[in-house]
Design a protein around this ligand. Sequence first.
Ligand code: AMP
Length: 290
Amino acid sequence: MTSAVGVRVLRSVRELREWRATAGEVGLVPTMGALHEGHVALVERAVRESERAVASIFVNPTQFGPGEDYAAYPRSDERDLALLEAAGCAAAFVPSVEEMYPPGDDTRVVPGDIAARLEGAARPGHFTGVCTVVAKLFGMATPTRAYFGQKDFQQLRVIQTMVRGLALPVRIVPCPIVRAAGGLALSSRNAYLSAEERRGALALSRGLHVAEAEWQRGERGARRLREWVASTLAAAGLAAEYVSVADPVTLREVEGRAERAVVSLACRVGRARLIDNALVGMTLDELAAL
Ligand code: AMP
């Protein structure tokens, strides 16, 4: 089936498999839709590096906890398809919940220690939902490469760890965070912000930027780096759910000197729960090569 905008829309696993059989080297970009320039950057890279790119659009119920925003999560399929088309994406996989979780579905992929802290601690079961849906997508699309944003840093590490642990034949490609002017990391959940909340939310990236600048100036104390972020948020009237300075490979909190680190935070702004991070002392390419 082809939509009005031309990108090939695949709604069933059967259609996806038929498309994939003749697609050559495939780059997969898993998304939950409500696409923005961050997603588009992943798709453009997949298009550049693969014979065919396919993006999935699926708001995955198993990665949302009770009381989270599954029902309210923004959905904009027609606009998303137009963006994918413009980015040169060959196909969009847009399955129903029943297609991804058919009757009899009974298996979950449960990640280990890497998923235990930070987002995993704040959102119990979240990464089991993520690993399960991503493993399914890998089984369905058998991509050569799959593209994930640094924006969800822990997710990226959890997926890398799953791929290695289960020896899945796919190359994970980490992609940098795309930000709006002013620094706010693009997120589908930014749609929840009022204009005033959006201004306040600039403190998230500002706090990370301050920590990054301090690190560049030679500050290595993990506690000091956390304090820089927390005080920048506090000055804007925001209190983080967590501010973390963790090892980028293990995601364990750094207690002493942070020679390399992912500085990350989660913070509620209005009804949006936002996350952001900055990587210091290690590059995304080094992370990709793990
Ligand atoms: P989502 O639709 O939020 O599940 O995100 C789909 C993919 O896009 C994930 O790999 C995210 O990390 C990535 N992503 C989301 N926001 C950004 C951003 N601002 N910059 C780069 N990648 C992003």
